[in-house]
Design a protein around this ligand. Structure first.
Ligand code: FE2
Ligand code: FE2
Length: 229
């Protein structure tokens, strides 16, 4: 548990530092928003879309459809802010794709473990992404609140965060509802396995994120220095 806590703190402080550095750099902000956009249009949405396609019961189909429409709204808010910064989204980094591959691999041994079928696996992955989204947007908002008086991004992130908190709660509740009483232990194991893949990538992804932000900050500083020379 000590290692888990150390990993969590390392990821949090590396990312907080990167976010603080980004405040004076439109390019660094654009790089961060592009990462969020990959999450909204890629990881989160594809997990939800696959869940919706996996023979979901009607109550869950409705819930997933609403969440998917929220994710589209998040993506369009982020695209709008990126356009204001003069940037547009790019393809996901190789590390994000590798993480998805490992997540699917980590879940494969649970394919027949639940009577409700593969939807439990897909929803467990979606629940992890939603919980990660809550942490990410909460951290970014806290940095904005601590260092700026009024940033146009704060309103956008606040609105996305409120949705992600609801999504995380409803995905977790749906999983509890889908798992039969004798499947609860397997569900807890599955969720821990997914969380451990997430943690395994955490520090590496955070360092890559820091380097990306730092390189954009340096470019903006170099440009600024040229401009005043
Ligand atoms: Fe989202
Ligand atoms: Fe979400």
């Amino acid at each position: 548990m000590l290692l888990v806590e150390l990993q969590r703190r390392a990821v949090d402080s590396i990312k907080r530092h990167a976010l603080t550095m980004s405040l004076a750099s439109p390019r660094a902000q654009a790089a961060i928003l592009t990462e969020y956009l990959w999450g909204e249009e890629g990881a989160e949405s594809s997990a939800l879309q696959q869940s919706a396609a996996a023979a979901a019961p009607p109550w869950l189909g409705k819930l997933l459809a609403r969440q998917l429409s929220d994710e589209q709204r998040h993506a369009s808010l982020l695209r709008g802010r990126l356009a204001e910064l003069g940037a547009e989204g790019g393809p996901p980094p190789a590390l994000a794709r590798a993480k998805l591959w490992w997540l699917e691999r980590a879940c494969s041994s649970y394919a027949g473990a639940f009577e409700a079928g593969p939807i439990v696996l897909l929803l467990a992955i979606a629940a992890q992404f939603e919980a990660t989204g809550v942490r990410v947007f909460h951290r970014h908002l806290a940095v904005l609140e601590a260092h700026t008086t009024k940033d146009p991004l704060a309103e956008i992130l606040g609105s996305i965060l409120a949705d992600e908190q609801r999504h995380a709660r409803s995905c977790a509740a749906a999983l509890e509802k889908l798992a039969l009483p004798h499947e609860r232990e397997a569900l807890a194991e599955l969720r821990e396995r997914i969380a451990s893949v997430d943690r395994a990538f955490g520090v590496t992804i955070a360092v890559g994120y820091w380097l990306l932000v730092a390189s954009r900050v340096l470019r903006d500083r170099a440009r600024g220095a040229q401009g005043v020379a």
